[in-house]
Design a protein around this ligand. Structure first.
Ligand code: FE
Length: 168
């Protein structure tokens, strides 16, 4: 008798679990997910809804804003520059320098993990593209003609950034 009750109980548990699992698979489709490495993955439709047309063109379609037109090329305030798409901290104002290019320029990212770099062979040039380490949004390019101490020049679109002023 005890065995019958025990077996029935086990069957119920298994059936319950199976139902839970199938329910999860069919109905729950996450809108956006942060995967195992804390990366943000969203569909292009979601990005289109969340970003302004100019942000979408630069961040998702790897566009470039016109020089001297962005909000930050001439910004000299102390603070941190965040990703305009996901809020990840990308650059510190302490690494910003006058490049004369018309784009905000930094000699280093805030941390190694903050950005990702990839070879870009578009427009007949070999350049290194810089992307947000968290959402993959296009930020700009990095060149090896920057100032000390790194000699690198991270040439970044203002529209890919959101400046967070340091609290006084
Ligand atoms: Fe991002």
């Amino acid at each position: 008798m005890k065995w019958i009750i025990f077996s029935a109980f086990i069957c119920l548990v298994i059936a319950g679990c199976a139902q839970l699992k199938s329910g999860k698979n069919s109905s729950e489709k996450p809108k956006s997910i942060e995967n195992m490495k804390n990366k943000i993955v969203k569909s292009e439709e979601e990005w289109k809804n969340e970003l302004s047309p100019e942000e979408y063109r630069v961040l998702r379609e790897k566009g470039t804003e016109r020089a001297f037109t962005g909000a930050y090329w001439n910004n000299h305030e102390d603070g941190v520059y965040l990703c305009a798409a996901c809020g990840q901290e990308l650059f510190d104002s302490e690494t910003k320098f006058e490049s004369g290019t018309g784009w905000p320029s930094f000699f280093a990212p805030l941390s190694k993990e903050a950005v990702e770099e990839e070879t870009d062979i578009s427009f007949g040039m070999v350049r290194t593209e810089v992307m947000c380490g968290k959402c993959g949004g296009h930020l700009g390019h990095v060149f090896n003609d920057g100032p000390k101490p790194t000699k690198m020049r991270y040439c970044i679109n203002s529209v890919s950034l959101k400046f967070q002023k340091e609290k006084e």
